[in-house]
Design a protein around this ligand. Structure first.
Ligand code: SF4
Ligand code: FES
Length: 259
């Protein structure tokens, strides 16, 4: 396959960037999208040019770092697929591809296609953990949890923190990410003691980082590689409202569950 690539190049956080066009004449349909970029970079290096900076780690859809906007869609055209899992057979010979970084005030560009997503880390640090002693693994496993509830918690826990939900949202809202992180703990009994405090502090940190609010466009769910449901946003809003009204003191609920 022969492709024409238009890639966002930006030297550093302070410089202004621009689209630069590259020919990619030897692309195999079996390559992943990142392997295709590797080949382009090898060519640039052999010509003494600066390779395109992009983020990746696992290349297995687990780490959430391969954040690219491809033809205006976060992670490209395939549903439930991270950029590293996207194959070039999803495109046609002669296609022109526009490759850009996530665009959001809270995700400043570091270089080329790499953005700073540490705002997500700070949201997690604000309460996305269980600090109460839940016992050893065998004790935790003794707690009976309804199958439906466990399934919902596991669905929420699939979030890999890639940031596609933010990039796709016209408000750059991080509510799908934050709600997944709040819900996967808040649905389980071990997450109950800090449930209200967690909802308050994570939402407050999310707002502080400069993410926008949800206006029910559902673009986040459409691009999420882990198909996290917007139902978790409604759940987070209920937890936040409950915590705001009741205060963030000792939690009253003892069990997990949807309410
Ligand atoms: S909710 Fe989905 S799109 Fe958003 S960070 Fe998590 S995995 Fe990525
Ligand atoms: S490189 Fe880890 S999810 Fe793509």
């Amino acid at each position: 396959m022969k492709l024409k690539l238009h890639v966002w190049r930006q030297k550093n956080a302070k410089s202004s960037g621009k689209m630069v066009t590259y020919d990619a004449p030897n692309v195999s349909p079996h390559m992943s999208f990142l392997e295709m970029l590797d080949v382009v970079n090898e060519d640039l290096i052999s010509k003494g040019e600066e390779p395109i900076a992009f983020e990746h780690d696992c290349r297995e859809g687990i780490c959430g770092s391969c954040s690219l906007m491809i033809n205006g869609v976060a992670h490209g055209p395939e549903k439930a697929t991270t950029t590293c899992q996207l194959h070039m057979r999803s495109f046609k010979d002669g296609d022109e591809l526009y490759i850009e970084p996530w665009r959001a005030k809270a995700f400043p560009i570091i270089k080329d296609l790499v953005v700073d997503r540490s705002a997500f880390d700070r949201i997690i640090q604000a309460g996305g953990y269980v600090s109460v002693n839940a016992g050893g693994a065998q004790d935790a496993n003794c707690l009976p949890i309804p199958k439906d509830t466990a399934d919902q918690a596991m669905d929420a826990a699939q979030c890999i923190g890639c940031g596609a939900c933010v990039a796709a949202c016209k408000n750059a809202s991080a509510m799908l990410f934050t709600s997944a992180k709040i819900s996967h703990l808040g649905l389980l009994p071990q997450g109950q003691p800090e449930r209200q405090r967690r909802a308050l502090s994570m939402v407050q940190q999310m707002d502080k980082e400069g993410f926008g609010n949800c206006t029910n466009q559902f673009e986040c769910e459409a691009v999420c590689p882990k198909e996290i449901s917007v139902r978790f946003i409604a759940r987070m809003n209920r937890d936040y409202l409950n915590a705001s009204i009741c205060g963030s003191g000792p939690e009253k609920k003892a069990g997990g569950g949807e309410d």
